[in-house]
Design a protein around this ligand. Structure first.
Ligand SMILES: [Zn+2]
Length: 46
């Protein structure tokens, strides 16, 4: 069951939030970067 769960999770799109200014990874649904204060957050789904 654990293996199946891992496979399902792996096939689902991975979400990534990243600051366009400093390039740091951010928590999901971040509106602004806590590191540099930029509100330019890039959002990717793989
Ligand atoms: Zn930043």
């Amino acid at each position: 069951m654990g293996v199946l769960d891992a496979l399902r999770t792996g096939r689902r799109g991975t979400e990534l939030y990243e600051c366009r200014n400093c390039g740091r990874k951010l928590d999901a649904d971040s509106d602004e970067c806590p590191h540099c204060g930029s509100s330019e957050v890039a959002y990717y789904v793989f």
